[in-house]
Design a protein around this ligand. Structure first.
Ligand code: DAH
Length: 350
C-alpha cells in the first residue's frame, strides 16, 4: 500500500468536494471504521515489530494529514454556507415599501360633513332620529292623514311586526291631537321630516336644527331614484321667522357649498306639512337651465300642534334636501345608483 498515493488521492478528492455531504462521504471512505486508513492499521497485525513501528508511524502521519485537510475543507464549506445564508437573508432597506391599502370617506359622507359644517356655523344644531319610524311621526303628525291622497307621494316600506307597539303617548293636549288610533304601525322613514316633530316635542322654541339621515322609498330605481338615499332636514322656529329668513339662509348655504353665487327661484308647491309650500330651483352664474333642488315652506300650524307648540306664538320655516342630489351636482354625477353600487372604480375617485 503506497501511503503517498493514498494521501494524494484523498487530497484531490477533498479539494473537489462541493458540499458537506460529499465531504462526509470522503471522510467515511478514508477515516471511517472500515475506511482505507483504518484498514492499513488492521493490516499491521501480521508484520514484524520493526515494520509495524515504521508503517504505523507513517500511517499515523497520513491519518493526521488527511484529518487536517478534511477539517480545513469543512471550515471552508461551512463558511461558504454561512455567506450564502446571509446573502439570502439580507434586507435591502432602500427598496420601496409595500403600499398599505388606506380607506377613505365615501363621497356622500364628504358632502354631508361639509353641509353640516356650514349649517353649524350658521347656528344650527345637528340632530338625529330613528330610521325605523312610527306611522305617527312619519305621516300623521306631519299633517298627512291616513286616507289623504298626499300619502301616496311617499311610497313606503311598511314593517310587518308592528301590532305590539303602543300608540304614541304624547303630552299633547287633546284639542291639538290629530290622529288617535290604538296601535302604531312601523315603517322605514320616507323622509327626515319626522325628526322635526320628535325634536319639537322635547325642545321649546326658538330653535334651529338640521337633521341628516338615511331615508327609504318603495319605488322603482332609475338614474335619479334609489330605494335608499340621504336627506337633510332643516327647521328654524322663532317668533318672527319668515320666508325672507329662509331665503337668506338657503342663499348663504348655496354660496358656501358651491363656492360661487347661486341664483334661486321659489316655485309654489304643495306639502301637507308646510303652508305656503314651495320648490326651490337653482342656477349658477352662467344662467343656464333651472335645476330643481329642494322642497320647503312655512311650518303648518297642524305640525306645531302635533308637537305641542302653540302656532299662535311661533312660526318657522323648514326644508328637506337630498344629500345625494347635492353630491351629484357637486361632482357632476348623473346616476344616483353609483353611490350605492360599491363599485371601487367609482369610489376611488373621491
Ligand atoms: N319631506 C319632503 C320630502 O321628502 C321634503 C320637504 C319638503 C321637507 C318641504 C320639508 C319641507 O321640511 O318644508 O319630499
Amino acid at each position: 500500500m503506497d501511503l503517498n498515493e493514498l494521501k494524494t488521492r484523498a487530497q484531490k478528492e477533498i479539494r473537489k468536494a462541493k458540499n458537506l455531504k460529499e465531504l462526509d462521504k470522503i471522510f467515511k471512505k478514508y477515516l471511517g471504521k472500515k475506511g482505507e486508513i483504518s484498514r492499513i492499521f488492521s493490516s499491521l497485525k501480521g508484520l514484524s515489530e520493526k515494520e509495524k513501528k515504521k508503517l504505523g508511524k507513517e500511517a499515523n502521519l497520513v491519518k493526521r494529514e488527511v484529518e487536517e485537510m478534511i477539517k480545513e475543507k469543512l471550515k471552508e464549506l461551512q463558511g461558504k454556507l454561512r455567506k450564502q445564508k446571509i446573502e439570502k437573508e439580507k434586507i435591502d432597506v432602500t427598496r420601496p415599501g409595500k403600499k398599505l391599502g388606506v380607506g377613505h370617506l365615501h363621497p356622500l359622507t364628504l358632502v354631508q360633513r361639509e353641509v353640516l359644517e356650514i349649517f353649524q356655523s350658521l347656528g344650527f344644531s345637528v340632530v338625529l332620529g330613528p330610521e325605523v319610524e312610527t306611522e305617527w311621526y312619519n305621516f300623521d303628525a306631519l299633517n298627512i292623514p291616513k286616507d289623504h291622497p298626499a300619502r301616496d307621494f311617499w311610497d313606503t316600506f311598511w314593517l310587518l311586526r308592528n301590532q305590539k307597539i303602543p300608540n304614541h303617548k304624547s303630552q299633547i293636549p287633546n284639542k291639538f291631537k290629530i290622529q288617535n288610533s290604538k296601535f302604531q304601525k312601523l315603517l322605514l322613514r320616507t323622509h327626515t321630516s319626522p325628526v322635526q316633530i320628535r325634536y319639537m316635542e322635547k325642545h321649546s322654541p326658538p330653535l334651529r336644527i338640521v337633521v341628516p339621515g338615511k331615508c327609504f322609498r318603495h319605488e322603482a330605481t332609475d338614474a335619479s331614484h334609489e330605494i335608499q338615499f340621504y336627506q337633510l332636514e332643516c327647521l328654524m322656529v322663532d317668533e318672527n321667522v319668515s320666508v325672507a329668513n329662509f331665503k337668506a339662509i338657503i342663499e348663504e348655504f348655496l354660496k358656501r357649498f358651491f363656492k360661487t353665487k347661486i341664483e334661486i327661484r321659489l316655485r309654489p308647491s304643495y306639502f301637507p306639512f308646510t303652508e305656503p309650500s314651495f320648490e326651490i330651483d337653482i342656477r349658477g352664474e352662467k344662467k343656464g337651465n333651472w335645476t330643481e333642488l329642494l322642497g320647503a315652506g312655512m311650518v303648518h300650524p297642524n305640525v306645531f300642534k302635533a308637537a305641542g307648540i302653540n302656532p299662535k306664538n311661533w312660526q318657522g320655516f323648514a326644508f328637506g334636501v337630498g344629500l345625494d342630489r347635492l353630491a351629484m351636482l357637486r361632482y357632476k354625477i348623473n346616476d344616483i345608483r353609483l353611490f350605492y353600487s360599491g363599485d371601487l372604480r367609482f369610489l376611488k375617485q373621491f
